[in-house]
Design a protein around this ligand. Structure first.
Ligand code: KG4
Ligand code: ZN
Length: 363
């Protein structure tokens, strides 16, 4: 497309209310003019997970202000926009609907094209926003709600090679933190403890490593950790600071090994397609041990490793605006007429995944 495109992106599918403006000029790299993210961690802190009704209400209350802030920070008025991209799923449907209703309202009032974006496509296309990566590439999306390997072939073509059959790794980190009385979100807390622990003291299971393919499972790991903790309590009446560190280190080592082995398999599966890189996204990608393991696998396979900056790996609206630009560039027609979807697998050919995580349906 040979014209400048400036899109507003809106994201409200989980527990982050986000709006952003992204601009693409012909022949230049895309620019994130603004990216506002209002988290809801404090609102859900007492409940041990995201409460859909609280999330939906908070989105409804904050979205207007968030959009205004994103436009102001970008120095852009509604009249300067070439379109609006909004997350239409998958996710907690109350939140998704809050964003979609606002986007529809603005688009109708201003006569702007509206693009319904799959949240997972937003994550999956981020390496093209940050680094201009060419298709095809392999992506591991690993967060509190998602865990899947995707071969990204085009702006609207994704092949799912495998993923979790139960919990997402971030969810497992959060549950582990809870079992060990560490603060939420659990990932950084568990990583901090693990840094001073012995990963060899507790040998936790490596689920599904003996099974072919790229599917993973993390819920048994949390049960194993609970048993190990309870055995210590039964033996000594409690757990010491060092016990806790060792439990965290053992848990993290198990997650790291499963992700690394399955990543090597995913890379081997797509080797004949010569992927341009192996990219990670999602909050769990912040973990240094996991990241180092994934990078080593990519290097071993001779494929460049890419981890976008964390603020673009976690939920944000810049990725949604960018996915909207990708849609327009790929000739995907905007439409006011679409459904909002709690479940929306990127790869329609892949078998449906069962279960629903604490952060909503897993696609
Ligand atoms: O992508 P994200 O911000 O939100 C969604 O889940 O959509 O990811 C949050 C998840 C949480 O489960 C959090 O515990 C995990 O990412 N996380 C980590 C680390 N930092 C965040 N997990 C492991 N190690 C970390 N350093
Ligand atoms: Zn996400």
């Amino acid at each position: 497309m040979d014209r400048t495109l400036t899109l507003l992106g809106i994201e409200s599918s989980c527990d982050d209310t986000a709006a952003a403006v992204v601009r693409m000029r012909p022949g230049a790299r895309p620019k994130i003019l603004s990216s506002e993210v209002l988290g809801q961690t404090a609102l859900h802190a007492d409940f041990g997970g995201v409460v859909p009704e609280i999330a939906a209400r908070a989105h409804a209350e904050r979205l207007d202000g968030c959009v205004e802030a994103a436009l102001a920070a970008a120095g852009v008025a509604l009249g300067d926009l070439d379109g609006i991209a909004v997350t239409a799923g998958p996710g907690l449907i109350g939140g998704v609907l809050s964003g979609v209703m606002l986007a529809r309202g603005i688009a109708a009032a201003r006569g702007l094209p509206l693009l319904a974006v799959n949240h997972l496509a937003g994550h999956a296309l981020t390496p093209r926003l940050t680094d201009g990566v060419a298709f095809p590439y392999l992506m591991l999306l690993v967060s509190g709600g998602h865990c899947q390997f995707l071969l990204v072939e085009a702006a609207d073509r994704f092949r799912r090679l495998g993923g979790t059959i139960d919990d997402a790794p971030g969810e497992a980190f959060d549950k582990t933190a809870k079992l060990l009385a560490l603060p939420q979100p659990g990932g950084p807390a568990v990583e901090g403890e693990a840094a001073q622990g012995d990963p060899r003291r507790f040998k936790f299971p490596r689920p599904l490593l003996d099974r072919d393919g790229c599917d993973m499972s993390f819920s048994g790991l949390k049960t194993a950790l609970l048993r190990a903790r309870d055995a210590l309590i039964a033996e000594k009446g409690g757990i010491t600071v060092q016990d806790r560190r060792d439990l965290c280190a053992g848990f993290q080592a198990a997650v790291a090994e499963v992700l690394a082995v399955k990543s090597a398999r995913a890379l081997a599966q797509v080797a004949d397609l010569s992927p341009t890189c192996f990219a990670v996204a999602g909050g769990v990608a912040a973990n240094q041990t996991l990241r180092a393991g994934l990078e080593a696998v990519a290097t071993g396979a001779g494929v460049p490793f890419l981890a976008p900056p964390l603020r673009l790996c976690t939920d944000n609206a810049a990725m949604i605006a960018w996915a909207g630009i990708e849609h327009l560039q790929a000739g995907i027609a905007p439409s006011m007429d679409f459904v909002s979807r709690p479940r929306w697998p990127l790869d329609q050919m892949a078998p449906a995944q069962l279960g629903s995580g604490k952060k909503g349906a897993k696609a």
